[in-house]
Every structure is written in structure tokens, then in C-alpha cells.
Design a protein around this ligand. Structure first.
Ligand SMILES: Cc1cc2nc3c(=O)[nH]c(=O)nc-3n(C[C@H](O)[C@H](O)[C@H](O)COP(=O)(O)O)c2cc1C
Length: 318
């Protein structure tokens, strides 16, 4: 798949997830086989003024390339200024969020609130495309609610403004994350545009990715919750797509190794106090395949430092 001048090596991408898709997470998914990785949504105003937290979320290394950073906002000038920071930091793409259903954002007329205003989305895209040389992509939903599907209109307007690809989460903004996605919207968007279309929503196993691509004719899929504690979903889906057959999940030792890579990265990125606060949740995703997952989770709650966590991992994962 090509997004503007950028070549993406396969049809599997990481979906942006707040609190999750930081640098160590993205690197892990890239190593597991994701063709493109992306940061979580970051407020454009924070990026434009190089706020400390925003800059940490934008921490990147060439090893995770190609990588995108996602920004949100409603002011074209601020979005353009933030996109310039993203480009300067070395990201290969800037992704504009018009899908976030969080109430705080909707109240400010940002994120998913813009799915009702294709014209305003067009103006934001105009400004960002003019401001940066890297390709600009958008992430949208089917529409504001079940009765209003605006995805096709938004895509056409953004295409006129020079966007390089569109990523569609096949749920409405009102749905947030509840209820099944409706993949048929992905096919409608694909038929209406010449842009590469990335689809997401409801991919839990490798087979789901293959099915979404086959059913909708889109160019690539974005895997969200399906890769939490399960990075090998990318390898499994890649094998299926290239006709290589089924790849079994790794053994516990390998799962423990991958989890440890992520957690060590978190300690490095955040420092010990914050990494420890995040530890039960982040390691918990990898525990579900353990026979004694509850006991592992209890042990993790007692962990006070990284060496102690390493010992806990060795004990439970071998
Ligand atoms: C915890 C969580 C955080 C998310 N954060 C973002 C975000 O920052 N930006 C965004 O565009 N989408 C975000 N999403 C939506 C995902 O990118 C994806 O579109 C959605 O989860 C559908 O895919 P899934 O059903 O495979 O999880 C988030 C989803 C989850 C579950």
C-alpha cells in the first residue's frame, strides 16, 4: 500500500489507542509485523506549544518507521502548527483525529464532533496539507450516529483537500466502543474514493483481519484492542494473508519475553513511579493465557521495581 509517497510493507496497521500506543508499544507491534504504527491522539494545542506530556507521547526513534502521529483539534491554524512539530520530529505521516467520542472533546467541537461537519473537516485538512510536506491522513467514524452516515462525504471532501489516506472506524461516534461495528460502511467509502482506505473495528483474531479485507475491498486493516497482550496477531494475520497458513501463539517463555520488552520500555520512557502505576494494567493483558493468571496479577501488585518484575515474569512465564 502507498500513502502518498510512503510505501507501507503490508496491509496490517496498528490502531491508535490512548494510554497504550506509546513508543515501546509501537516498537513491539512493528517487530511483530505491523506495517504502520501510530501514536495515540494528542491535543494539537499541546503539540503546538510543545507541552512536556505531549512531547513524551511523541517520543520516537527511526526503528519504528514508518510511523504516524495523531493530533486532534478544530482550529485549522493550530492543527497546522502541530503538524509541523510532528513532521519536524521525524514522523512519516500526520493523522488527524475526527473520531474521538470522549465527551470533553465533543463539547469543544473536536474529534467526533466534526463528523457532522464535512466542510469544517475540509478546511482543517486544507490548512494541514499546506503546512507540511509529509502525507496527511484522517481517522473518521461512519458518522455522528446510526441515522447519519457522513463517512463518504467527509472522505470526498478531505480527498479534494489533498489527504493521502483515510482510516475508518466502522462504528458511529454515538456508539463509542459499544455494540458491533458495521463493516459495510468500509466498502461504501472504498467505492467512493481513490484514496487508500484502512478499516477498523472488531478485529480480535487474525482471521477477522482477513475477513474484513475480503468482505470490504479496503486496502488495509487497523488492529486495536485485538493486539493488547497479543502482539503476535500481526504475525498470524500476515501469515494468513501471504498464504503461509496458521501460526500458533508463542509459548509462555516467548510471551513473557515480549511483555518484558514492553514493560522495560515503559520504565525507560516514564521512569519508575509512573511505570509502576501502569504495570498491573499493562502486564495484565499478557496474563490471560496463564493457567494461574489471578495469582500473577496479585504478585504484580506487590512489585516495587523492575528487577522484581523480571523475577515475577520468570516465575510465571518460565
Ligand atoms: C483504549 C482505546 C483508546 C483509543 N484511543 C484512540 C485514539 O487515541 N485515537 C483514535 O483515533 N482512536 C482511538 N481508539 C479507537 C481505535 O483506534 C479503533 O478505531 C477502535 O478501537 C476500533 O478497533 P477495535 O474494535 O479493533 O478495538 C481507541 C480505542 C481504545 C479501545
Amino acid at each position: 500500500m502507498k500513502i502518498g509517497s510512503l510505501t507501507i510493507s503490508n496491509r496490517l496497521t496498528l490502531a491508535p489507542m490512548e494510554e497504550h500506543t506509546n513508543f515501546p508499544f509501537r516498537l513491539l507491534m512493528k517487530q511483530a509485523g505491523a506495517g504502520l504504527v501510530v501514536t495515540e491522539r494528542i491535543d494539537a494545542a499541546d503539540v503546538a506549544r510543545r507541552d512536556r506530556r505531549a512531547m513524551r507521547l511523541l517520543y520516537t526513534q527511526p526503528s519504528e518507521s514508518p510511523r504516524a502521529a495523531q493530533i486532534s483539534g478544530a482550529d485549522p491554524d493550530i492543527m497546522a502548527a502541530a503538524a509541523q512539530v510532528v513532521a519536524e520530529l521525524g514522523f512519516n505521516l500526520v493523522d488527524l483525529n475526527f473520531e474521538c467520542p470522549i465527551r470533553r472533546l465533543l463539547a469543544r467541537g473536536e474529534g467526533g464532533a466534526l463528523m457532522g461537519s464535512p466542510e469544517r473537516i475540509g478546511k482543517i485538512v486544507d490548512a494541514v496539507v499546506r503546512a507540511v510536506a509529509i502525507p496527511v491522513t484522517i481517522k473518521i467514524r461512519s458518522g455522528p450516529d446510526a441515522d447519519r452516515e457522513t463517512a463518504v462525504e467527509v472522505t470526498r471532501r478531505a480527498e479534494e483537500s489533498g489527504v493521502a489516506a483515510v482510516s475508518v472506524h466502522a462504528r458511529s461516534v454515538q456508539q463509542a466502543y459499544v455494540g458491533g461495528p458495521d463493516w459495510s460502511v468500509l466498502a461504501r467509502v472504498k467505492q467512493a474514493t481513490c484514496l487508500p482506505v484502512i478499516g477498523g473495528g472488531g478485529i480480535r483474531e487474525a482471521d477477522d483481519a482477513v475477513q474484513m479485507l475480503a468482505e470490504t475491498g479496503i486496502d488495509a486493516v487497523a488492529i486495536g484492542r485485538g493486539c493488547l497482550g497479543n502482539p503476535w496477531i500481526f504475525r498470524q494475520a500476515r501469515a494468513l494473508l501471504s498464504g503461509g497458513g496458521r501460526v500458533a501463539p508463542p509459548n509462555p517463555t516467548e510471551r513473557g519475553r515480549l511483555m518484558l520488552q514492553l514493560i522495560e520500555g515503559e520504565f525507560h520512557l516514564y521512569g519508575q513511579p509512573l511505570a509502576l502505576r501502569r504495570l498491573p494494567r499493562m502486564s495484565g493483558y499478557f496474563a490471560h493465557m496463564l493457567p494461574d493468571a489471578a495469582s500473577f496479577r496479585d504478585a504484580v501488585r506487590q512489585v516495587k521495581n523492575l528487577p522484581q518484575f523480571r523475577r515475577t515474569v520468570r516465575h510465571y512465564f518460565g
